[in-house]
Design a protein around this ligand. Structure first.
Ligand code: SF4
Ligand code: SF4
Length: 174
């Protein structure tokens, strides 16, 4: 018994023209890719910086580390009332009637002695509502962003404590 097989043959051979076209395409596409790479290496502003040796200035409107300039706080509680997460803790005593008159830098009378002003920034969502309602603008979001802490407790800031008040010269722009 005999059988006959028919094989369809497909040619994978390139013509000379196709061969050189392929080389040309490879060179052109490699060149295009390298131009994009070189543009980012030499041609455009770098998108990274050598932090912490080089530091970016955040825009003035940034909502970063909170600071209360307690000497200009009138203990009105508006910030605490506005805070959606209740992370501002304030207490104050009425000033004695014969105590010398005190005013904030914008001329508002200070009728209460602030005895506690603490913000638990571990809870803060940086919404900015507290700073928006502050009538004397003593509570502000600074542009300071270098305040990572090792523990959650360290993120609770007592703005009457000398070490926290000392941040003022460094982080508050008058
Ligand atoms: S920014 Fe923080 S502290 Fe101020 S209102 Fe929002 S959550 Fe409260
Ligand atoms: S709103 Fe301003 S002035 Fe009033 S308690 Fe808060 S920080 Fe002080």
């Amino acid at each position: 018994m005999s059988s006959q097989h028919n094989h369809a043959t497909v040619s994978h051979e390139l013509s000379l023209g196709q061969y050189f076209d392929n080389i040309k395409t490879a060179v052109i596409t490699t060149f295009k890719g390298m131009m994009i790479t070189l543009k980012y290496v030499y041609g455009v502003r770098p998108v990274t910086i050598e932090y912490p040796e080089v530091k970016e200035e955040l825009p003035e409107i940034s909502r970063s580390r909170l600071y209360n300039d307690a000497e200009n706080c009138i203990s009105c509680l508006q910030c605490a009332s506005a805070c959606p997460v209740d992370c501002i803790y304030i207490s104050a005593n009425r000033r004695a009637t014969d105590a010398p008159a005190l005013k904030t830098k914008d001329g508002t009378a200070i009728k209460l002695d602030l005895t506690m002003y603490t913000i638990d920034t571990a809870l803060c969502c940086y919404c900015g509502l507290c700073t928006t309602v502050c009538p004397t603008s003593c509570l502000t979001h600074t542009t300071d962003y270098e305040y990572a802490s090792y523990t959650v407790d360290q993120m609770k800031y007592d703005y009457l404590a000398p070490e926290v008040r000392a941040w003022r010269t460094r982080i508050v722009k008058d």
